[in-house]
Design a protein around this ligand. Structure first.
Ligand code: SF4
Length: 359
């Protein structure tokens, strides 16, 4: 039997306003607080409730002894490649700790990406989309051949980028334009813009990051790339106010993005594994009126190569890169297995936050 230590006291999804009513109802049914909490800054929240160290220790059971929830791979819709954790900047709350010096996840090579694309074909996986994330994918010297390999095989391709200097190097711009000429309708660039004001964006991403990202955004717009924006929800603003703020920015900058479209402007819940969060038990699915099939690891996996490793490995998802519990094997076939939700991100981002890296 679960206790309130296990579920549902954290924030609910505001990724889609229309989703909040069923969530409130499920909270009411579970006798849990109905209010959809305003997001606090991680720093504030940490002062209120640091993570209970008794939680997330046993893959099978929660701290109260309840059976921990797990997720099976329903269908490999999206395969992510982490191109390496190196990045040109160091954001304050980067979930994967990317920086100009963190190379714990090494640069993937185009040949390694192709090997997994081959496995998708030979294994008959129903994969629709290939995602590239980092670090900053455009610092990887083989990023353009990797994009081309995925696009040539007919996949939708999504690349997460800060749109800063690495993208603006002449050889990358040239490569991207060539890719656009052949596959414009299947390539999407998702640009990280943490807030609609320069001050808050630069609080996360450092001085001078705003102008550089806007330059990149404008270059993508001018050259006809399909594009969307990712923001964060750590600003104690309602979702409506956030979207209105982004819309004003896009209008002012003449960037044709509808900030009220949740696919065009994706707002992600914060992840901070130091903050207390309920554990997810098997009972939570019913109480929250959610299905394990809706969680990201039911439909995606991520390939990484660890520094010093001879071969890449497949992880359960994009969010947990360094915890060996979530490393599933060297091939997609090996990674076709159950994932125990034994990490704070599972609760905060996926089950209660309702977010997915691919929307
Ligand atoms: S963080 Fe989310 S996607 Fe990753 S293993 Fe946990 S529930 Fe699955």
């Amino acid at each position: 039997m679960s206790s309130d230590r296990d579920y549902c006291r954290s924030k609910a999804s505001r990724a889609d306003l229309s989703d909040t009513r069923p969530l409130v109802e499920s909270r009411r049914a579970a006798r849990l607080p109905e209010r959809i909490a305003q997001h606090r800054s991680p720093q504030l929240a940490l002062k209120v409730a640091p993570l209970d160290r008794a939680k997330f220790r046993d893959p099978q059971r929660t701290a109260t002894g309840a059976l921990r929830a797990s997720v099976h791979l329903r269908s490999l819709d999206t395969l992510w490649f982490n191109t390496g954790t190196l990045c040109n900047i160091e954001c304050r709350n980067c979930y994967i700790e990317s920086s100009p010096s963190n190379d714990r996840l090494a640069y993937l090579k185009a040949a390694e990406v192709e090997r997994f694309l081959d496995e998708i074909a030979s294994g008959g996986w129903p994969t629709r989309e290939i995602g590239f994330t980092g670090g900053e994918p455009f610092v990887n010297p083989e990023i353009v051949p990797m994009l081309s390999a995925a696009l040539e095989r007919g996949f939708e391709v999504l690349v997460l980028t800060n749109a800063m200097r690495p993208v603006m190097r002449p050889e990358i711009r040239e490569g991207l334009l060539a890719v656009r000429d052949k596959y414009a309708d299947r390539l999407t660039l998702r640009v990280s813009l943490d807030h609609h004001t320069r001050a808050n964006h630069e609080r996360e991403r450092g001085a001078d990051s705003w102008a550089s990202t806007l330059r990149g955004l404008h270059w993508f717009v001018e050259h006809g790339f399909r594009m969307c924006v990712a923001g964060r929800t750590c600003w104690s603003e309602s979702e409506e106010a956030m979207r209105a703020g982004y819309q004003q920015l896009f209008d002012r900058e003449k960037i044709a993005i509808d900030a009220f479209d949740p696919h065009a402007l994706v707002l992600f819940p914060e992840m901070d594994e130091r903050i207390d969060v309920p554990e997810i038990t098997v009972d939570c699915w019913g109480l929250l009126n959610k299905s394990p099939d809706d969680v990201m690891c039911a439909s995606s996996r991520m390939v990484v190569r660890r520094q010093g490793a001879a071969e890449p490995v497949v992880l359960s998802c994009t969010l947990i890169a360094y915890d060996p519990q979530f490393e599933l094997g060297p091939t997609l076939a090996a990674a076709d297995r159950e994932v125990r939700l034994n990490h704070p991100h599972c609760a905060k981002f996926c089950v209660l936050g309702g977010a997915s890296c691919s929307v």
